[in-house]
Design a protein around this ligand. Sequence first.
Ligand code: ADP
Ligand code: MG
Length: 230
Amino acid sequence: MIRIEKLHKSYPIGKDSLHVLKGIDLHIREGEFVSIMGSSGSGKSTLLNIVGLLDGHDDGNYYLNGQLIENLNEKKAAILRNKFLGFVFQSFNLISYKTALENVSLPLYYKGVSRKERLKTAMDYLDKVGLKDWANHLPNELSGGQKQRVAIARALVTKPKVVLADEPTGALDSTTTDSVMELLQEINDEGMTVFVITHEEEVAAQTNRIVRLKDGIIISDEKTVKLQKA
Ligand code: ADP
Ligand code: MG
């Protein structure tokens, strides 16, 4: 689903440049539930932004769903994002003056889906994340965990192949964190590839594979051993 070979990324800083990713090799198969761990500044978001076609890389190869990513302009990137990717962010990124239902239905508007179909599909996804009764509420009437559920419903509504989540639990308390991670696990159980960034060990432990990033390189890549829940 995602194949990265010898990937490099630098940012220009004045006349100098900051070499953030220094040769990343990573292969994520369809249906995996993977986390990227690393301390702040280790390059996690940089990597996720490249995977999410929000930013380009300098060197190396990136294949998304078998397609080599090169010479993308913003329009082509947007088409691929709409087709393959769903995004979840730490700060939820919901539109404050739109209801939960309208937020979830928005990506379908950009896909040209009719209003009736949009609202029906959006309601199905709100139901899926347990928020059917909150459909007509504004984001500021929802708790942090509820906001993130709305954001997850919005990420899923276009039926992406991969969900990319950058610190999805970063703004949540530990109980809410667990329930959001359980929701991501459910989504993964249904076959979705889920790629989560976190700097929290407990969050990474709830995924099936942990890739550790340090100083721009991968220092370990291991399957997690999960205890069966009673
Ligand atoms: P993480 O998500 O692991 O905390 P980031 O990928 O956000 O790390 O950042 C890695 C390094 O790159 C940091 O030193 C950060 O300051 C720098 N950086 C990130 N984005 C930019 C940018 N757009 N321009 C310049 N430097 C950046
Ligand atoms: Mg980050």
